[in-house]
Design a binder for this molecule. Structure first.
Ligand code: DGL
Length: 275
C-alpha cells in the first residue's frame, strides 16, 4: 500500500502523476486539512503533524509513504526516516538542480512556503546545485489558501478574466522575479502546480509588454517525484491485493471532495478522520 500525504489538497499534484502510473497498486491519500497551512508553522509543529500523518498511514498498512509536501519534507523527512526505519519514504525538495542546469540568464526563482525556504534541506540543495546562479526566493503568501479554495477567490473562477483575485495574487509574486530576469521558476510547493495556468498567463503578459524578456520555463517536480516513488515501490517486495484508491481528510470531507474533484477532474469521495 502506498500512502501519500500533504497538509491539504496540494499533494494531489503528485497523486495525479503517480496514480495512473501504478494502476494496480492500492493507494491512500491523506490531506491534513485540519492543520493547513503548514507553511507558516514552527519546525516542531510541522514535525509533529507529519509524524501523526505517517503513523496513521503505517497503521493502515502503508509500506511506502510519499511526503507530497515540500514543507513537511523540509522539516520532517530526516526524523521520520530515523523514527520509522521499516517504512520507505519519498520526500520532496525544490527542483533547484534542473533549474540551475537550464537557466540562460543565470537567475532562477524558487516559489515556496517560508518553512521550506528557511530549512536546512533547501540551504543544502542551493549549496550543492546552485552555487553558480542567482537564486531568488519567493514566499508565496496565500497561494496555498487560494488552492484550498477558502481565500481570495474560488477555484471555479480559474479560467475567468484577469481581474480574478487569485490571478492578481499570482501576478504579485511572479512579476518581481521576471523583473529580475529569472528565466526558470521552480514550483517548490505541491499546491502551486494547480496555479500553473495563472503563472503562465502572467509570464505571457509580461513578455508581451517586455520584448527583451527571455523565455521562461516553469518546473513542476511532481512527475520526477512520481518516478522516484515508482522506483522505490519497485524495490520492495509487495503483495498487491487491490487497486483501491482511498481519500481521507482531517478536515471537512465534503469540502475536500468539492476542491479535489475540480483539481483532479474526476469525482472524488473522501472520508474524514481525526488523527
Ligand atoms: N503543499 C505544501 C508544500 O508542498 C504545504 C503547503 C502548506 O501547508 O503551507 O509545501
Amino acid at each position: 500500500l502506498i500512502g501519500v500525504f500533504d497538509s491539504g489538497v496540494g499533494g494531489l499534484s503528485v497523486w495525479r502523476q503517480l496514480a495512473p502510473c501504478l494502476p494496480n497498486v492500492p493507494m491512500i491519500y491523506l490531506g491534513d486539512q485540519a492543520h493547513v497551512p503548514y507553511g507558516a508553522r514552527t519546525g516542531d509543529e510541522v514535525r509533529e503533524l507529519a509524524e501523526r500523518c505517517t503513523r496513521w498511514l503505517i497503521e493502515r498498512g502503508c509500506s511506502v509513504i510519499v511526503i507530497a509536501c515540500n514543507t513537511a519534507s523540509a522539516d520532517a523527512l530526516h526524523s521520520l526516516r530515523v523514527q520509522f526505519p521499516k517504512t520507505a519514504f519519498v520526500g520532496m525538495e525544490p527542483a533547484v538542480k534542473p533549474a540551475a542546469q537550464h537557466t540562460h540568464t543565470g537567475v532562477i526563482g524558487v516559489l515556496a512556503t517560508q518553512v521550506t525556504l528557511r530549512g536546512r534541506l533547501f540551504a543544502s540543495v542551493k549549496e550543492r546545485f546552485a552555487s553558480n546562479v542567482t537564486v531568488l526566493e519567493q514566499v508565496c503568501k496565500e497561494w496555498v489558501e487560494a488552492v484550498e479554495g477558502w481565500k481570495v477567490g474560488r477555484l471555479e473562477g480559474w479560467d475567468n478574466s484577469s481581474n480574478f483575485p487569485t490571478f492578481q495574487l499570482v501576478k504579485r509574486h511572479v512579476e518581481p522575479l521576471l523583473a529580475q530576469n529569472a528565466d526558470t521558476l521552480v514550483l517548490g510547493c505541491t499546491h502551486f502546480p494547480f496555479l500553473l495556468p495563472l503563472i503562465e498567463r502572467t509570464i505571457d503578459d509580461w513578455r508581451a509588454t517586455h520584448p527583451q524578456a527571455s523565455e521562461v520555463m516553469v518546473i513542476d517536480p511532481a512527475p520526477a517525484v512520481a518516478r522516484q516513488a515508482m522506483r522505490v515501490w519497485g524495490e520492495h517486495e509487495h503483495t498487491q491485493d487491490s487497486a483501491s484508491r482511498e481519500f481521507w481528510t482531517t478536515g471537512d470531507a465534503q469540502r475536500f471532495d468539492a476542491v479535489a474533484s475540480v483539481l483532479l477532474g474526476y469525482v472524488v469521495r473522501s472520508q474524514q478522520v481525526v488523527i
